[in-house]
Design a protein around this ligand. Sequence first.
Ligand code: HEM
Length: 162
Amino acid sequence: AAELNPAVLPLDWLLGTWESDEPGEGCFPTINPFRYIETLYFSHVGQPVINFMFNAFHAESKKPLHRECGFIRVQPGTNRVAFIIAQNSGLVEVEEGELTGQQLNLQTHSLARISFAKEPHVQQISRVFQLRPDGRLEQTVSMATDNQPLMQHLHITYRRSS
Ligand code: HEM
């Protein structure tokens, strides 16, 4: 295995595979609340980049739902972090933010989508990843759409599985 590039050392706590602990909770003013399970993979090949893949499934039927994958970079010498993300819904996104201890706060920096993406269109995403003192990883995602202001869409905790 390649040695971890020092540029991404501040994010070494993310590396590995994470499985939702209990089902995550999804909500938004315009939809019925739902429960989901999710597996996160963070890996590297020695580049100054972390590769990631998030796969979500319906909590009961286990049907594949949301998927996203991409790359994470850190601006050298700073705590500035960028996520480069592709989502299966047809959205591509750059999120940027700051790493404080083992908490990452990210916000949409730029966003584009396929011409026939489902409406309403997402206009803004903000998310927080936090490694908790009990070793669990927590992710909270908020979004704004064409017709709703920034509000929580997802909350989930994960347990490290490898
Ligand atoms: C609905 C965006 C992640 C499950 C929606 C809607 C949007 C959206 C725009 C429609 C809201 C409306 O109709 O007003 C996103 C974005 C995500 C994300 C930007 C990631 C950053 C997830 C994940 C799951 C999920 C991880 C887990 C399974 C759902 C479900 C609905 C929904 C079940 C309602 C049914 C539907 O419209 O398909 N999401 N979502 N989403 N999302 Fe997400």
